[in-house]
Design a protein. Structure first.
Length: 258
């Protein structure tokens, strides 16, 4: 075991947790009353000491992942706090919005709208004018071809082939919906790079759970778009405190042999 692999000393672990917390949310009032102080101390030291201190991700990426996961879980009070934390680390309002917008194909519009309303409150509190600048780059005539141009190099025709035996018109409509909606409407938008989008979608799949069939292909897409395997694993470790060990471990197992 190298020095870098060893756990932090208790005092260093606490100091690192407090420093990370302060970067995200400002200095903590350590004299403030807490109803469950022991649990909160475990939480802070694990999330902001252990997890934030492990791996190669910067604070901006960690907070975009956290916002993604909290949106999927619909834990809106925590989403509100981490949306503000993301802005504090240098995530732009457009990046934050795009991370939430692109979840619509994966979690549906109602939960996406809940999250959008939550981050809009944060934007208003920070004096950020709404609506934010538009990021769409396609119209109805172009969304299929532009979406297909992004989808095919990463995923081929796997979904279309798998659904080809459905009765008409669903054998054509469902794959087309995926291409037009997920890739055409969202992946073509500005604000996030393709590599960022794929990494955040992988984390969303980990948070949703029961997505083993999708985790492998999206893990490979992360590698194809420029993320290293170390970054992919680090991103899934960042999900751990929010989704729990079973889902995080299942996602890591799904991508470890890529």
């Amino acid at each position: 075991m190298t020095t870098e692999d060893r756990p932090l000393e208790p005092s260093s672990r606490r100091e690192q947790a407090e420093a990370t917390y302060a970067r995200l949310f400002g200095p903590r009032d350590q004299g403030a009353h807490e109803d469950d102080p022991e649990l909160m101390e475990i939480l802070r030291r694990f999330i902001f000491g252990d997890v934030f201190g492990t791996g190669v991700l910067d604070d901006q990426t960690r907070e975009l992942i956290t916002v993604t996961v909290l949106t999927c879980l619909q834990t809106l009070p925590q989403l509100r706090a981490h949306a503000a934390g993301a802005l504090a680390t240098g995530v732009t309002p457009v990046q934050l919005r795009e991370a939430v917008y692109q979840l619509a194909p994966f979690i549906g519009f109602p939960r996406t709208l809940n999250a959008v309303s939550t981050i809009n409150v944060v934007f208003t509190e920070h004096g950020i004018a709404l609506p934010l600048p538009e990021q769409g780059t396609v119209d109805d005539a172009a969304r299929y071809q532009r979406g297909l141009a992004l989808q095919t190099p990463l995923y081929g025709t796997e979904i279309k082939d798998d659904l080809s035996d459905l009765p008409e018109p669903f054998n054509e409509a469902i794959p087309r919906f995926l291409t037009e909606f997920c890739f055409g409407d969202f992946y073509t938008r500005g604000g996030l790079t393709l590599a960022q989008r794929e990494l955040l979608v992988l984390c969303a799949l980990a948070a949703i759970g029961d997505t083993a069939a999708q985790l492998g292909p999206h893990g490979r897409a992360c590698l194809q778009t420029g993320s290293s395997k170390t970054v992919v694993i680090a991103a899934l470790v960042q999900c751990f405190p929010y989704v729990g060990f079973p889902r995080a471990a299942a996602a890591i197992r799904a991508v470890r042999d890529l």
